[in-house]
Structures are given as structure tokens and as C-alpha cells.
Ligand binder design. Structure first.
Ligand SMILES: Nc1ncnc2c1ncn2[C@@H]1O[C@H](COP(=O)(O)OP(=O)(O)OP(=O)(O)O)[C@@H](O)[C@H]1O
Ligand SMILES: [Mg+2]
Length: 229
């Protein structure tokens, strides 16, 4: 089992108004699974993904990542899980504009203290696996949207994570480019065993994984299994 959420609640307090965003989420994602989360705007998808990514903590409930109870970890242990075990991919890529593709991919490895030679090799291999070896010296402004997202995926996988968490990874791309990104996710999932949890609004994009979780108003309304692992 990769991750397990039991009775997860998350609320926000603004002044004296309390907004309940997640209302008792129970979810298990297995190692090597590819799961899509769908649901209307405001249903809590990003909030859930942030909790799964150890970027946010639940108000109550138990979240275990690889058997480790996340609320018991301190900030540096959480940072370590994010850096070593999780690769993040965002709708708007979040690349640093003054760094070229290679340097962007190397960044999480620098934080991890990987020596330069090894870092280069890992970054080159990651760029190669998304088909971007010929763009390693290009900066984000010199790349198409699809290429920028592939650099972001290379950055996410360079450190050999257990899971990629992606919040609307194809939201800023045309449908054809989005399908290319899904083909890359499917390959990383089936060949490298990297689990994927992605949020999407797009029915077609949600069709690439093993399972679809439908969120509605902070609860899981239903789940669909599309294919077995
Ligand atoms: N920091 C915050 N303070 C108060 N309310 C918040 C905060 N962050 C999120 N919310 C509320 O929580 C609800 C869920 O937000 P969330 O971003 O998880 O939705 P979402 O499903 O990702 O939506 P979208 O599809 O538009 O991205 C929203 O109603 C939002 O207003
Ligand atoms: Mg969102």
C-alpha cells in the first residue's frame, strides 16, 4: 500500500466563518497505481492533493504515506518525503524561468545533496525519458507548453519518486499535447512502476489511469475501476 487516508477532514477558518472542505475522505492508493480525481470546481480536489503531497495537514483523520503517519512527522521529515518520494507536476509547470531545462530538472537533486556528476546523469536520463534530450539548454520561454510540462515531469522523476502528484497537468495544454503527456504518464507508470495521482476536469484524460475517484462537495461520491493493475 502506498498511501492511506482514513476519515480525513479539512476545514478553513476565516474570521468567524468556518468552511468545511473535506468531509471524511477514506482512500487507499496502491503502489504502482494510476488514479484520477475528478469533481466540480470547489469540491476539494486540490486540497486533497495537497494533503496527499504532505504540503498541507488534515484538520482530523489519519494519513499514512508508506505506512508512516504523516501528522507525527516534523517539518524536516515532511520535506524529506516530498523531496525523495513525491514528484509534483502542476497545471502551469512551475519552472524557474532563469534556469535552462537541465538546471530545472537538477534543482530537487541539489536540495538533496546529490553530487554534480551524478546529478547531471540523473537529469539527462530524466530528460531523455520524456524525449527532450535535444532541449536541455533551452530556457522555459524557449519551449512550447507541452515541452515545458515534459521538463516538469523530468524534474518530478529525476529523483526516482514513488508517486507523481499532478494537479490538472493538461489543463493549460491543447488536447493533442495533453494526450502526449498522458502517454508519458502511462509509460512511467507501467515501465518504472511510479504511481500517479492526478486531478483533472477532462473525462478523456481521466480515462488513462486504473481508477477514477469522483469528489463531490468534499466527499467521495463514487469510484470507477477502468482496468486492473
Ligand atoms: N485557504 C483557504 N481558506 C478558505 N477556504 C479555502 C482555502 N483554500 C481553499 N478553500 C476553499 O475550499 C474549497 C475547495 O478548494 P479546492 O482548491 O480544493 O477546490 P478544487 O476542487 O481544486 O477546485 P478547482 O477545480 O476550481 O481547482 C473551495 O470552496 C475554496 O474556496
Ligand atoms: Mg484545484
Amino acid at each position: 500500500m502506498l498511501l492511506q487516508l482514513e476519515g480525513i477532514y479539512r476545514h478553513y477558518v476565516n474570521g468567524n466563518v468556518q468552511t468545511q472542505v473535506l468531509k471524511g475522505i477514506n482512500l487507499i492508493v496502491e503502489k504502482g497505481e494510476f488514479v484520477s480525481i475528478m469533481g466540480p470546481s470547489g469540491s476539494g480536489k486540490s486540497t486533497l492533493l495537497n494533503i496527499i503531497g504532505c504540503l498541507d495537514k488534515p484538520s482530523s483523520g489519519v494519513y499514512k504515506f508508506c505506512g508512516e503517519q504523516v501528522e507525527r512527522l516534523n517539518d524536516s521529515q515532511l520535506a524529506d518525503i516530498r523531496n525523495r518520494s513525491i514528484g509534483f507536476v502542476f497545471q502551469s509547470f512551475h519552472l524557474l524561468k532563469d534556469l535552462n531545462a537541465m538546471q530545472n530538472v537538477e534543482l530537487p537533486l541539489i536540495y538533496r545533496g546529490v553530487p554534480k556528476n551524478e546529478r547531471r546523469k540523473l537529469a539527462q536520463a530524466a530528460l531523455e525519458s520524456v524525449g527532450l534530450s535535444h532541449r536541455e539548454h533551452h530556457r522555459p520561454t524557449q519551449l512550447s507548453g507541452g515541452e515545458q510540462q515534459r521538463v516538469a515531469i523530468a524534474r518530478a522523476i529525476a529523483g526516482n519518486p514513488k508517486v507523481i502528484l499532478a494537479d490538472e497537468p493538461t489543463g493549460a495544454l491543447d488536447s493533442h499535447t495533453g494526450e502526449n503527456i498522458m502517454a508519458i504518464f502511462q509509460r512511467l507508470n507501467s515501465e518504472m512502476g511510479i504511481a500517479i495521482v492526478q486531478v483533472t476536469h477532462d473525462e478523456n484524460i481521466s480515462g488513462y489511469g486504473h481508477r477514477v475517484i469522483h469528489l463531490l462537495d468534499g466527499t467521495i461520491a463514487r469510484e470507477e475501476t477502468l482496468r486492473v493493475i
